[in-house]
Every structure is written in structure tokens, then in C-alpha cells.
Design a protein around this ligand. Sequence first.
Ligand code: SF4
Length: 349
Amino acid sequence: MINQNPTESYDTSPMFADNLVVLDRMTLEAVEAELNRHTTEQILPDDYTRFTWSHSRHQVFSRCRRQYYLNYYASRRVRQSKRPVVSAAWWLKQLTSLNAWIGTVVHRAAQHVIANHIKGRLAEPEAVVVATALLDYQGGLATSRRCTRHDGDWVLLMEHHYPDIQPPDEDSGMVRVEELVHALLESETLRWVLSLPPEAIREADDGFRYFMLEEAGGFEQVKCFAVTDVLTIADGQATIIDWKTGGAEKESSRLQTGVYRLYAHRVYGLPEANIGTRIVDVNSGQAVAGPEIGVAEAEQYVRSSIAEMVGLMEDTRYNTAAIADYPMTDDLNTCQGCGFRRICWRHTA
Ligand code: SF4
């Protein structure tokens, strides 16, 4: 359902009231012109604004060029820019959906259980893990309503801040969290991880991991992120695990296996025959990716994706982008699930 008078209803949302009010005073053309001035400003990139690559970046790039532009160009340097429109783009970038928030909660539960194992602590009873996850879930919902931080991070649900979307069914969300955490704790994959000695668990969703790809897209090297949920190495065999809590597209997951293998090959120096992946649907415990792809094919995928992204840049030295080169998608279904709808004027489409 589309709200025919969205601005009026946004009065109830602290995010829209405080940070997006500027959009009510401008036209789409004026917003685009202001964003374009920001994203074509020639400032030498630093560690935060230099071009980097990730599989999720490629997915955004494939989904909608304008979403990619708003995510990776329009909302950067938000503090320095002092442009209210840039600030509005940054706030919209923080929006997530209830389902995505549930996925985050389940990932955090897995991380908590594995971290306890690594530290040699006794496993907590299942009921305690579930109760902790439910508290996390409810804490996120409460901060989303107030537009504040939860555990240091913003949790802003589209369902709270876009009034044309059905309000979140928070009780069904509780049931879903409970079911998923139970399924996770009983899964063969998590049990297998917990059967390993702690020193075999080399990564457990604990930060930004990356490898450097040389001579890519005209750059000397490009930082390529590969954030694994779990990476184990036992008897010279690496296994990379990725938990999925929502629908996972098979081809995308297959490419993801290749990026993970490429990462482990480059960072840990293992032959590709010794690197396996498990992309697992938490609910069913089943693998969701097709057959893994090899390291050479994965590298080809990363290089061609980088070349496409760099090909659209306005100036590679400054990593600038002109908004006209990043059109909006024609697919309004994609816009329905996108946090940037307000700044694209797709909230009334
Ligand atoms: S609202 Fe639609 S056009 Fe705008 S960024 Fe999102 S998906 Fe793209």
C-alpha cells in the first residue's frame, strides 16, 4: 500500500522529522544537483573513501545503480560536507527491515555461542541463549522507535519510519527469532564448529576481513572485503561458514563461495582443494549455494565487477561519481524494499 500523503504521516517518526525535513522543501531535481556537487568534489580519497570492493557491493550495483550511488558516494563524508541533503542520504542508508534485523540478532547469537567456546567457557543452556537473543531483538525495536543507538549501532527499521509500510509484526518477529535460534543451536553445522578445538576457529564474525587484488580496474591494488561468519582450519583443511536467515539467491551464494575461497587462498596461503564452504540456511540446516566455484573463476568475477564499477566513475583519482551516470531502477518492487525511497521520490510512486 502506498501512502498518498506521506509527509503528514512522517510527523510521527523522529528520523523523518529531524533529519529528512530538508527533503520536504526541495524538488528531486534540486536534491540531485546538490548530491552531484558533493559526489564530484575533488578530494583525494582516504582510507574511508577509497574505492573498495565486496560481493555485497556488487549485489547493490546489480540491483539499482542509484542505490549504489546513494550508498557508496552520496552518503560519504557526511560530517565534513555540512550539506543537509547528504545528511538525509546518510540517515536513509541506516534503514533496515524487520527481517534483516532478525537476521542480525541470529548472527549475534551464533557469534556469542562461538566466542564462549573459543574462551573455554561452559556452554550456556539453550534457554539462556534464546532469552539473550530475544532481549537483543526487543532492544533493537525499542531504539528504532526512539531513533537512538542499540549497543552502539543504529537500528532503524523501515517499518517504523516509512508509514506506508505495514507496521512491524513484533510478536511474530519474537517467534521467528526463537525458532531460528533453536534451529541454529540444533544445527549440525554449529555443533560441528563447537566440536573443534578453539584454536581451529580462526575467524568468528569478528571484523572486516579483506584481501588485496593487484592491478584491478586500473588501480595498483583494490581492497576486497570478504566477511566470513566462521572460518575454521583443522588438519590443513579450511571451512568457511555463512549463515543465511532469509531467502538466499542461489547464483549469488555460489559466487560468494568463490570469493570466500579466493580470500582464504590469498590470506592463509592454502591450496584451493583444501578450502571448503558451507552456506547454510539456518531454518532448514540445508546448504543453499550451488556447487562451489574455483579460485580462478572467482578472481575473474571480482575483476570484471570492479571494472564495471570503475567504468562508471567520473574520476578514478578522486573516486568521484556523477549522479546522471547512476539512473534509478524501473522496477518499483525493488524500490518498495529500499530505504532510499524518500530521496528518490519513490515513496509516492
Ligand atoms: S528507491 Fe528505487 S530507484 Fe531509489 S535507490 Fe532505491 S531501488 Fe533505486
